[in-house]
Structure formats: C-alpha cells, structure tokens
Design a protein around this ligand. Structure first.
Ligand code: HPA
Ligand code: ZN
Length: 396
C-alpha cells in the first residue's frame, strides 16, 4: 500500500469534470479513483454531486424508497397505530372511546398542535406494561427498517407515563430492550432522546431528569416537546443546564407554532445542537442567517406541519426555501401513526409537491446522517453507504 496518493487531486478533479460532462457513469468514475477514494472524499463527493446535478430524469419512487436514510425526529408514542392501540387496550383490560380502528383514524383531523396532543395523550394510556413499550418500539423499528432507515433517534415522553403511575424504568426498559433486539435482528441502529413536557413545570422536568440519571447510558440527549405557545424554552434553562452538566446533548422543539424568539432562546439559553421543526425561523432573517452560519440542523416534519395546519398544503411548505437559505434541513415523520405517513411518505410528498430533484434528496438524506448524534467514524460509514447507493442507482 502506498501512503501517498499517486495522482494529484486537483488535476484529477478537472479530468473527472470533463468525464462527468461527457455523461460517464458515477460508478465508473468512483472506481477510477481506486485506493485514493477514501483519501480524497471531497473528490468522490464532487463526482456524486456533479453527476446528480447533471441528472434531469424524474425521480422514481423506488429511488426514494431504497435510499439509506436516518430519522431524527420521531415520537415513539406517536407511532402507536390504531391496531396496536386496540391490542394493548384489550390485553390491559382498558376501554377505548372508539369502537373500531376506522373510527380512530377518522378522528385524526386536527385544527392545531393542541387538538392533536389531546388525542396523543389519550392514546398513550393503553401503554401500561414494559411489554407494551417493547412491542410499540419493535413495531416502529421494523417499519423503519422496511423503509431503509439505517439509523433512528427516537423521542420518548416519560412524564406522559409517570404522571399516570407508570414507573420510569417500565417505560425505558421496554423501549431500550426493543432497540437492542432490533439492532441484533434487523440491523437498525437507534438512540433515545428524552423529552420534557413544556406545559408542565420546570420542577417536574428536574424530577424527571433525576429519574433518568441511573439510565444515563441509554439516553443520548434531552429535548422539549408538547404545547409550544405560552411555554418558551427559557422556562427550562435550569434543567437544561443540569442535563448538559450530566453529559446529555440537547435539542428542543421550537418555531413549529411558536415565534422565532423561541428558536433564539433554544439556541442561546438551552444551547441546543439541533432545532426540532424550526420552520418559522424564516420570519426572522437574522435568525435564518445564524442557523445557516452555525450549521444548526432543523428536523423538519412536512406531513405533520400540514396535518397540524402550520402550512395549508405540502405545496405551501417552506422546506425548499429553507434549503435555498443554506440551512441544514432534514426530513422526519414526527408522529407517523397520526399524521398519515412514515419517513418515506414524507420524502415522497415533498419530492412531488416541491419538485425536488435527486440532488435535493441526496442533500436531505446526507444532512440527516451529518446531523445525527453519532461519532465521525459512524457517520462516515453511513455516508459511504449512501454514496454507494447513489453510484449504484444512477440509471434508475
Ligand atoms: N409537537 C410537539 N410535541 C409533540 C409532538 C409534536 O409534533 N408530538 C408529540 N409531542
Ligand atoms: Zn415532534
């Protein structure tokens, strides 16, 4: 093995651009880099990006279905499908205010976040035993794997359970063991983000953080969710300070229904690594510039935003504008059982409505791996898999 690359990457770049312009295949160009591919990742990426930009063909659904993806914004309790809801209610001897699965689905018409949360908190009542949390998590991870999600960061809401007498370790035990089994059986990797309910007090969040400390190794970050307006991030400054001292990373829902000011607070008071939603940042040019300059990722959830009437339709969604402002946008499903689709359905909807091309899809997927709470080596492994997929599927 040579330690140094036998060719000059700058000369190579020009040679390769000529071949791209002449329509040569990505896979052939990448293999012409040979051993130097790993040493010259910017060059390999140039090839991928240039060939993607040269592609004028429509984006087939199969390209989106098959692309290896990451998901960074999914509430595990929001993946509770009505069929499972009935199953858990039956085995726990609970009555539901619905007579059929169809009736449940028909009830999923929301005016805003609050009207959704009412049904969401009603739904979680069927989760009682560790096995319920285990089965719920297994079902989501199996579905995720079927959509070629390679890595998922899942939110859970402990206070939605401890508040009705379920022990913290019942909740996290079920979820964690499902994550281990899914990794072993399905090959899907996942991490857990613990959210505080922002419509409850900061004292309650602090008590929840205390309960989580024995399980520190099972939780990568803390977040903030539930009813946004009237519950600004600054209300949770102390608990986020403590969480960071304990080694947790931080994220927060902000700028979904709440104003840009809440995004500023999440950045400056809670010192978050990512903003969940954040779509209203566009109303404040200084904020948009700050997010772009600092490379703060947004975990955007298009179908959720339409279901909760943040935007009238997918066509009206500002995702493309956010990308055009240079923001690190990612696509996610939020509460897929309630909002009409998992991650692939979200990608398909925005691709169609906003006429995204292959290069846009590649950037969105790449952003998710880049924004994930993974080590540089872990990220690189997923990014290599992604680039490999692109080069193998150029003709599809
Ligand atoms: N937004 C805020 N809080 C939530 C959501 C959401 O979409 N889902 C579950 N809790
Ligand atoms: Zn959310």
């Amino acid at each position: 093995m040579h330690d140094t690359c036998p060719f000059n990457p700058f000369v190579e770049r020009i040679r390769i651009q000529e071949k791209i312009d002449a329509g040569e295949k990505t896979s052939a160009l990448l293999s012409s880099l040979g051993d130097c591919k790993r040493k010259t990742p910017p060059l390999a990426r140039t090839i991928i990006i240039s060939t993607l930009k040269n592609q004028k063909k429509p984006v087939p659904e199969a390209f989106i279905e098959g692309i290896p993806k990451a998901e960074l914004h999914i509430h595990i309790e929001g993946s509770l499908e009505p069929e499972l809801m009935f199953e858990f209610a039956r085995r726990n001897g609970l009555r539901l205010p619905f007579t059929s699965v169809d009736e449940v689905r028909e009830a999923y018409e929301f005016a805003d976040l609050q009207s959704f949360l009412q049904l969401y908190y009603q739904g979680v009542r069927v989760l009682v035993n560790e096995r319920d949390f285990y089965d719920l998590t297994c079902a989501y991870l199996k579905k995720a794997r079927s959509q070629n999600i390679r890595y998922s960061e899942m939110f859970f809401d402990p206070q939605a359970h401890t508040g009705r007498g379920i022990a913290f370790d019942t909740v996290i035990g079920g979820i964690h063991h499902a994550m281990l089994d899914a990794k072993q059986r399905l090959g899907i990797s996942s991490k857990l983000v613990m959210c505080f309910l922002r419509d409850l007090s900061e004292e309650s969040a602090i008590a929840t953080l205390q309960q989580a400390l024995p399980f520190k190794d099972w939780i990568v970050a803390v977040g903030l969710d539930s009813s946004e307006v009237g519950h600004p991030p600054e209300k949770f400054t102390k608990v986020f300070d403590k969480a960071r001292e304990e080694g947790f990373l931080t994220v927060a829902h902000a700028g979904e229904e709440g104003p840009p000011e809440y995004v500023w607070q999440a950045l400056d008071r809670l010192k978050v690594s990512r903003i969940d939603h954040g779509v209203r940042c566009i109303e404040d040019p200084d904020l948009t510039a700050r997010l772009a300059a600092d490379g703060i990722p947004l975990t955007v959830c298009p179908l959720s935003n339409v279901k909760l009437r943040v935007f009238e339709s997918v066509e009206q969604h500002n995702l493309k504008q956010l990308l055009d402002h240079g923001l690190c946008v990612t696509i996610n499903s939020d509460d897929p059982a309630y909002f009409g689709g998992y991650l692939t359905e979200n990608f398909l909807a925005v691709q169609k409505a906003l006429r995204l091309d292959r290069h846009d899809i590649y950037c969105l997927v790449r952003n998710s791996f880049q924004a994930a709470f993974l080590s540089p080596d872990e990220k690189q492994t997923f990014l290599d898999e992604l680039d490999n997929y692109i080069s193998q599927n150029q003709d599809k």
